[in-house]
Design a protein around this ligand. Structure first.
Ligand code: COA
Length: 389
């Protein structure tokens, strides 16, 4: 039985920062951000968007009533969750109107979480072939104003509906995993911001990719040229390119050109959104599907997932007959086209906005955010969410 991604979509908030403008205010050569790091725009989450609302917004328009009745497991992968105890997927389950006899859980392992969710989903569907599983990766990447990590921030979510006989991409059982206890990026429970050793995290990402790729070849012997494209976790778009460069010369020249072009296409959304942590690898898949018109059923795509701390995984999938009919490209492009650019001063003011932490009531005007699902405030430590339609 084939199991995999039946539908996939993303959401990113309605505001962004232009990286050239940010560089100029920070007195940095803009080429460092746009070429050296590879980012043109950075999505910014207003106070009305969090991991819950972005995740729900990502799934909202791809689910039919039949899907809502068939989903038995809702998995939210996030490293910017809103509660140390309650799973954010419980709110998402309600906001999306999913049938009640479902499990809702939250998974954490840095940017690897959504891949762990996909593995759980596959195992569940293998035992319950009539069920569907909703896997969401949703995060706000924040390093702080005027920090080295600032240029690699972002916000957004990817929603994936997994099922038997998927219409988009069937996933193989060829996963290779690696765990090593390292401190490249972490966020203690008392801290609003992540601690990151930027250069070290980059080295570790590459070390994980090289080690896992070698083990994948030893176990499955799938040469690079057998892949139509490789999709990478993209903390910034230059990162995946550094990894691809480590192995690209093992393929014949014509295949190298195809893989490099497909890599470029897979980074277009991330280049304009930034790092969305758990959803980032799957945003690169959506970007490839939306921008590469030459893709065909049967094409093999490789995926490299990396979560700091660290866990990595490589696996593959095959595009399915008719997959193009199930991809909502125009929805994605409208979302990006209708964003509002923030001045750097406005971004800095909004960046410092916080919900009260003392139990007092704080209300937000529902018209301040065009999103269908948003936070309208907090009262007695309980976040208030609405779905407008
Ligand atoms: N024109 C073109 N490129 C330029 C440039 C210019 N004027 N100035 C610098 N660059 C290049 C550098 O050569 C470097 O390229 P390279 O990595 O290919 O050598 C790149 O821009 C970044 O410059 P660097 O000095 O390394 O930037 P930094 O010290 O500000 O740190 C990160 C960059 C990514 C480490 C930092 O943003 C960070 O810590 N991010 C969060 C952690 C993260 O994303 N980790 C990834 C793994 S999960």
């Amino acid at each position: 039985m084939k199991i995999g991604i039946d539908k996939i979509s993303f959401y990113t908030p309605a505001f962004y920062v232009d990286m050239t403008e940010l560089a100029l205010v920070r007195e940095i050569d803009p080429n460092k951000f746009t070429i050296g790091i590879g980012q043109d725009k950075m999505a910014f989450a207003p106070i009305t968007q969090d991991a819950v609302t972005m995740g729900a917004n990502a799934a909202l328009d791809i689910l039919t009533e039949e899907d809502r009745q068939s989903i038995e497991l809702v998995i939210l992968a996030t490293e910017s969750g809103i509660d140390q105890s309650k799973a954010g997927s419980i709110y998402i389950h309600r906001l999306l109107g999913i049938q009640p006899f479902a499990r809702s859980i939250e998974i954490k392992e840095a940017c690897y979480g959504a891949t762990a969710g996909i593995n759980l989903a596959k195992d569940y569907i293998a035992k319950h072939p009539n069920s569907k599983v909703l896997v969401i990766g949703s995060d706000i990447a924040r390093y702080g104003l005027d920090t080295p990590g600032e240029a690699t921030q972002g916000a957004g979510a990817v929603a994936m509906l997994l099922s038997a006989n998927p219409r988009c991409i069937a996933l193989e059982d060829d996963q290779v995993f690696l765990t090593e206890d390292i401190m490249d990026f972490w966020r203690p429970v008392y801290s609003e911001y992540a601690y990151v050793q930027g250069k070290y995290s980059t080295e570790q990402y590459l070390h994980f990719f090289e080690t896992i790729w070698a083990e994948y070849q030893r176990k499955f012997n799938q040469p690079l040229e057998s892949f139509t494209a490789l999709c990478f976790h993209l903390p910034y778009t230059k990162m995946g390119k550094k990894a691809l460069d480590l192995i690209i010369e093992s393929a014949p020249v014509a295949d190298q050109e195809r893989l490099l072009e497909n890599y470029r296409l897979s980074t277009l959304y991330s280049r304009n959104i930034g790092n969305i942590y758990t959803g980032s690898l799957y945003l690169s898949l959506i970007s490839l599907l939306d921008h590469q018109s030459q893709l065909k059923a049967g094409n093999k795509i490789g995926f490299f997932s990396y979560g700091s701390g660290a866990v990595g995984e490589f696996f593959s999938g095959h595009l399915q007959e008719g997959f193009k009919e199930h991809i909502v490209t125009s929805q994605h492009q409208n979302l990006l086209a209708n964003r509002t650019k923030l001045s750097i001063a406005d971004y800095e003011t909004r960046f410092k906005q916080e919900l009260p932490k003392d139990g007092s009531t704080f209300e937000i005007d529902a018209t301040s955010d065009p999103a269908s699902i948003m936070l309208t405030g907090i009262t007695e430590h309980m976040r208030q969410y609405i779905r407008k339609d």
